[in-house]
Design a protein around this ligand. Structure first.
Ligand code: ZN
Length: 187
């Protein structure tokens, strides 16, 4: 098991649709165990395969809402969403960040409910009806599999701020990565 570098916005792998996993083999098992470790070290509550440079439809999540601990891998997932409010997002409670746009956080409306259907490593199908922050995590990670970053969904003023940060950091082009445990030590 090893920590993998995390790809930063601008690399094509983050901006194109990922492919279905055809078979759960040793390569996929190794990828997923690396993704758990990388997510833990980042640290993050979710990580999608394109973020470690692999264009496959897989994400992992690890989130404790105080009552339940949700940890798992979603292979070839589908996500069914509840309605999304058209109101202006709340900067205090609706700001999210992304390991592929380090150190930025901006508010975004998401569906308050989402049903995830996916396959786990053993090949078993499962379903989770998520609400609140877990539903947000699922939407954020699922978007990665379709080549979408949360920055792509932000309202204009927030999107401008992200673009400025990306330009300032020299991101927005291929092959920029960072290494959990070495860079960006302060979350
Ligand atoms: Zn992300």
């Amino acid at each position: 098991m090893k920590i993998r570098p995390i790809w930063i916005t601008g690399d094509p792998v983050l901006h194109q649709r990922a492919s279905e996993v055809a078979e759960i083999n040793d390569e996929i098992r190794e990828l997923i165990s690396d993704m758990y470790l990388t997510m833990e070290k980042a640290p993050g509550v979710g990580l999608a395969a394109p973020q470690v440079g692999v264009g496959l439809r897989i994400f992992v999540y690890d989130y404790n809402d105080g009552e339940n601990h949700y940890r798992g891998e979603a292979i070839n997932p589908t996500l069914e969403l509840g309605p999304i409010s058209q109101e202006w997002p709340d900067e205090e409670i609706e700001s999210e960040g992304c390991l592929s746009i380090p150190e930025e956080r901006h508010p975004l409306k998401r569906a308050l409910e989402a049903t995830l259907r996916a396959t786990d490593l053993s090949g078993k199908q499962y379903e989770i009806h998520a609400t609140g922050w877990l539903a947000r995590i699922f939407q954020h990670e699922y978007d990665h599999l379709d080549g979408l970053l949360y920055a792509d969904r932000l309202l204009k003023p927030y999107q401008r701020e992200v673009k400025k940060a990306i330009k300032f950091e020299g991101w927005g082009k291929p092959n920029n990565t960072w290494m959990p445990g070495e860079d960006y030590l302060e979350p």
